[in-house]
Design a protein around this ligand. Structure first.
Ligand code: CAA
Length: 258
């Protein structure tokens, strides 16, 4: 499918979506968010894909929502057209694992997009921040909610109130980033991780994602109850039978995603 603002590639069971507006450091406009949503939902529906990567360039994952476009918006327009809610959160409908591979700037909406993914892998040159306060707005794509859940209140307040940037090392120590790689190796390393995940039994990987995400939406006892139901459901899958039989018989498992 032809897109203007993203590139897509499938290698084995791994789909990679590359944000591609280099002239504006991948600033996120409506067209890009529409295309990203369409690509994500397409790969989610594709039985041959087991894991999705979202990445940008070595200089920028995304430097935020498109400020040049936003500068002209009125309250009436953003409310009437449901700015952000209309198309930015398609990613929340994706049930397969999604990894953000972040090099360079992940600012404002770029940081928020990365946080909508299931995990963030960072290049050693990555810089995260929520600089919206300097533009007279607050983070509008989940930053005030997902950032404190990832890094705690103190650091979230510090970042969103000062608008400062946080480097990859700080982001990893704070819990925002899962792992850091040299910038030149980022995509190779993240692709290998994605392949590893895509080779897992798909239904089980989807249940892991659903259950961990439930931890951010509910109480501990409700979350545990939800986990237990999915855990029990695993015993109804062919891949549980195969995975355990293969372990007992000391042979590699042949999963069928069923
Ligand atoms: N929107 C639109 N254009 C952007 C952009 C953005 N968010 N970020 C960068 N660009 C454009 C610049 O205007 C510039 O275009 P020109 O070449 O036509 O001048 C081009 O990208 C290159 O950027 P710089 O020359 O500024 O590059 P730099 O290396 O000197 O600085 C930067 C890089 C520090 C990331 C700087 O570009 C910057 O501060 N960008 C804006 C970051 C920002 O404020 N993001 C938050 C946006 S608000 C938001 O995201 C709301 C929300 O929560 C949904």
């Amino acid at each position: 499918m032809g897109y203007n603002t993203i590139l897509t590639q499938v290698d084995g069971k791994v789909a990679t979506i590359t944000l591609n507006r280099p002239q504006v450091l991948n600033a996120l406009n409506d067209e890009l968010m529409d295309e990203l949503g369409a690509a994500l939902l397409g790969f989610d529906a594709d039985d041959n894909v087991g894991c999705i990567i979202i990445t940008g360039s070595e200089k920028a994952f995304a430097a935020g929502a498109d400020v040049a476009k936003m500068a002209k918006y009125s309250l009436q327009e953003v409310y009437r057209h449901d700015y952000i809610s209309r198309n930015w959160e398609q990613i929340r409908k994706v049930r397969k694992p999604v990894i953000a591979a972040v090099a360079g700037y992940a600012l404002g909406g770029g940081c928020e997009l990365a946080m909508m993914c299931d995990m963030i892998m960072a290049a050693d040159n990555a810089k995260f921040g929520q600089p919206e306060v300097k533009l007279g707005i607050i983070p509008g794509a989940g930053g005030t909610q997902r950032l404190p859940r990832a890094v705690g209140k103190a650091k979230a307040m510090d970042l969103a109130l000062t608008g400062r940037m946080m480097d990859a090392q700080e982001a990893e120590s704070a819990g925002l980033v899962a792992r850091i790689f040299p910038a030149a190796d980022l995509l190779k390393e993240v692709s290998a991780i994605a392949k590893n995940i895509a080779d897992m039994p798909l239904l089980t990987a989807m249940m892991v994602k659903e259950s961990i995400n439930a931890a951010y939406e509910t109480t501990l006892s409700e979350g545990i109850r939800f986990e237990r139901r999915l855990f029990h459901a695993c015993f109804g899958t062919n891949d549980q039978k195969e995975g355990m039989a293969a372990f007992v018989e000391k042979r590699p498992a042949k999963f069928t995603n069923s």
